[in-house]
Design a protein around this ligand. Structure first.
Ligand code: COI
Length: 360
């Protein structure tokens, strides 16, 4: 399928000025990709000027949360740009969509959407290490009808945000013992908006209590560690790397998977298993846990400096620790093109550059 490029989208790109200060997800690229599913087939995608979406107030997404999304980044690569493992994001979006009875977005259409935005927004990819153009593909049910049934029509979008890292510096985690972000047999391992909505109440007010993020436990046993909101969890115990094994209630992170490969390549022993939170706390107290960190596409690697459990606060010996730093360096070296991509993770794309405020 060929993408229809709207002339106003090109005009918007020409006039765009990238702000000097970038937070995470604050600045939006002036264009977006859209493809429509009309009940029987996906129509050709379009590159449009960024702007509000017109939805009927009875659209299924607004009532029954038929909505899933992805996150991936565009990196500079000399005169080109590149994407990191976009097929993994496509596969996960197909999985998330199926969990919500939404149609599969064909891999080719997903790749076309993210590649079109990446190529056209090449000049918006920030140059500093650790910064990038963050892409947010999402799929929503648009049919206007209030019955609790799957929508007949859908829209797929890709928007982009020139961004810094999601979390800068060390994170203080609070262990959530009461509430859960997902349920056994629920949608915890799908990237759906509802999982994030249900995490917000626990996150609210954390800062006032001196914490940054919640550490979620498995909703079934309330003992094993699942994930943070939007990030996977790792700990270094007696020099080995430990992470919770995938169990259906948290997300199969692409950064998580990549770090497991890189860690083994660097000669570390890696353990994916059910991690009991009491054992983790004990290993921090005894000093056998030397560091812990979280990872995700947006966050890359964020060191954990402290764990809070009720009234108890435990400090980790080093944050960032040496393992987190080595892994972060190894991952960014591949993503930012400083070393050979031995795993075949990067996908190079032509840069289409307009006369906007940044030059490649
Ligand atoms: C990502 O890392 O891409 C995520 O989706 C996490 C997020 C919700 C900021």
């Amino acid at each position: 399928m060929s993408v229809e490029i709207h002339p106003d989208a090109v005009a918007r790109l020409r006039g765009f000025k990238l702000p000097e200060q970038l937070g995470f997800g604050d600045v939006m690229a002036p264009v977006m990709f859209r493809a429509v599913f009309d009940g029987s087939r996906w129509k050709a995608g379009e590159l449009l000027p960024y702007g509000p979406i017109s939805l009927d107030p009875a659209a299924k997404v607004l009532h029954y949360a038929q909505s899933c999304f992805e996150g991936l980044k565009v990196y500079r690569d000399g005169d080109s740009v590149s994407l990191f493992r976009p097929q993994r994001n496509a596969a996960r979006m197909i999985y998330s969509a199926a969990r919500l009875s939404m149609p599969a977005i064909p891999e080719a259409l997903f790749i076309e959407g993210v590649s079109t935005i990446a190529s056209y927004c090449a000049a918006l990819v920030p140059a500093k290490s650790g910064e990038s153009l963050y892409l947010r593909p999402f799929l929503i049910g648009t049919q206007a009808q209030l019955g609790v049934t799957a929508s007949q029509s859908y829209e797929f979008y890709v928007i982009a945000s020139p961004s810094g890292a999601y979390h800068m510096g060390n994170m203080r985690l609070w262990i959530e013992r009461e509430s859960a972000r997902s349920a056994i047999g629920g949608t915890g391992d799908a990237k759906v908006g509802g999982n994030y909505a249900s995490s917000l109440r626990s996150i609210a007010g954390l800062e006032a209590r001196g914490f940054d993020q919640v550490l979620w436990l498995n909703p079934g046993d309330k003992h094993t560690i699942d994930e943070l909101s939007g990030m996977n969890f790792f700990a270094v115990i007696e020099g080995d790397l430990h992470t919770p094994a995938l169990n259906g209630s948290f997300l199969d992170g692409i950064t998580r998977d990549s770090l497991l490969t890189l860690a083994q390549d660097l000669g570390l022993k890696v353990f994916e298993h059910a991690m009991d939170v009491e054992e983790l706390l004990q290993s921090v107290k005894s000093g056998s846990c030397s560091e812990a960190f979280a990872c995700g596409t947006a966050a890359i690697i964020s060191p954990i400096s402290e764990l809070g459990d009720g009234d108890t606060r435990l400090k980790l010996p080093s944050a960032p620790g040496p393992v987190a730093e080595r892994l972060r360096g190894a991952l960014l070296d591949i993503q930012e093109g400083r070393v050979e991509d031995r795993f075949g993770w990067m996908q190079r794309l032509p840069a289409i550059v307009f006369d906007c405020s940044l030059e490649l």
